[in-house]
Design a protein around this ligand. Structure first.
Ligand SMILES: [Fe+2]
Ligand SMILES: [Fe+2]
Length: 195
């Protein structure tokens, strides 16, 4: 994974990887919830901004991919004999999205860039897990998924550039990347994709 292309302001704490490996099944359940939530978020943007011409196909395709990922992670849980269940979500996405400004079009710009950063962090973490996880099926799935998540990162940045000059997008992406790193540093030590 090209760390520069992901625009993250920090590398993951090695303690996160150790925790994720120690409680991999719980991380996988959380990951399934994250994929479901990613699809739902993309669909909600379709409803909130129906007049943005380029959003329709891009967000529909993204949502379909996330639902496919959801099914693939559910399949992996099934193979491992782990029942899917409710989990208390990490406050990460909520805390990051709280940084979005309330006036349009800044609200949309910030939302897209926060989502781009969430995709980037997922991608970074899937790559870390894929490199060390002893289970070949998990490593294989993560290597495939992380390519999609890197592409989703690019999609959200490209949608922001549809209505904002690239230099403004780059500056705000840098600010929100630092916010993302700060939010991540305050997360509780739960076995989750984003803690
Ligand atoms: Fe995904
Ligand atoms: Fe994604």
């Amino acid at each position: 994974v090209d760390a520069t292309a992901l625009h993250l302001a920090s590398a993951s704490d090695p303690a996160w990887l150790a925790r994720a490996l120690a409680e991999l099944d719980e991380v996988l359940i959380d990951h399934a919830h994250c994929e479901k939530k990613a699809a739902s978020t993309a669909i909600s943007l379709l409803f909130r901004y129906p007049d943005r011409a380029r959003f329709g196909v891009a967000l529909s395709r993204l949502a379909r991919e996330e639902l496919l990922h959801f099914e693939q992670v559910l399949g992996l849980l099934g193979e491992r004999g782990v029942p899917f269940r409710h989990l208390r979500p990490s406050p990460y996405a909520h805390d990051l999205l709280a940084r979005t400004r309330s006036q349009e079009p800044e609200r949309l710009l910030d939302t897209l860039l926060c989502l781009a950063l969430i995709e980037a962090r997922s991608c970074e973490r899937m790559a870390l897990l894929a490199d060390v996880v002893p289970d070949g099926a998990v490593a294989h799935l993560y290597r495939r998924l992380l390519e999609s998540e890197a592409r989703h990162h690019e999609t959200y940045v490209a949608l922001a550039e549809e209505f904002t000059p690239p230099a403004v997008v780059a500056t705000r992406l840098g600010e929100l990347a630092r916010a993302e790193a700060a939010v991540l540093a305050t997360m509780p030590p739960w076995p989750r994709m984003h803690t």
